[in-house]
Design a protein around this ligand. Structure first.
Ligand code: ADP
Length: 155
């Protein structure tokens, strides 16, 4: 037997899992939103990370639980503080494309020690390139893919 060994088959099966098929809807706020509103959205939407967009609806930043906790430790009024001053901003955002494999997305979460990636579609903004946010990949997304994979494998 000279066909593919089981390692190769497993690798092919894992690579077949694509971000597009697993991504969840993104939870998005405007960069003019206050930190207070961001905290409310985090609870209402039951997520850990919010994606921040500008007036053109292009990705401007990411705000995480810890970013919001840090801001809440300060003495400022959270209703007067725009999220744009505390978010991690472009171009320092790690993103995923719909066509990427779930494995590549998982590697980014590990390499950059983050909980979630915006799934984006590149768009042109004049002479600059920008991103439209079309989904999210989180540790939950990866875990679901992993569980599904375990259930598919029959030895
Ligand atoms: P938390 O801080 O709530 O544990 P993360 O580990 O995801 O959540 O975030 C750690 C830091 O990395 C935060 O400052 C956050 O703004 C930033 N961050 C989160 N996701 C991304 C991303 N996709 N690209 C770049 N920075 C990110």
């Amino acid at each position: 037997y000279t066909g593919k060994d089981s390692n190769q088959l497993i690798k092919e099966e894992v690579s077949r899992k694509i971000v597009k098929d697993y991504k969840a809807p993104p939870i998005i706020i405007q960069e003019s939103s206050s930190v207070y509103d961001a905290i409310c959205t985090l609870f209402l939407e039951d997520v850990g990370t919010l994606f921040v967009v500008n007036s053109k609806n292009h990705l401007a930043g990411v705000v995480s639980r810890k970013d919001l906790l840090r801001a809440a430790l300060g003495k400022q009024n959270l209703e007067d503080m725009p999220v744009s001053i505390i978010m991690t901003r472009m171009p320092n955002i790690v993103v995923s494309l719909p066509e990427d494999s779930l494995l590549d997305a998982a590697k980014k979460l590990i390499d950059y020690q983050i909980d979630s990636l915006p799934v984006v579609r590149p768009v042109q903004d004049g002479s600059r390139s920008a991103y439209e946010v079309v989904g999210r990949v989180t540790k939950t997304t990866i875990t679901r893919g992993f569980v599904e994979f375990g259930n598919e494998v029959s030895v």
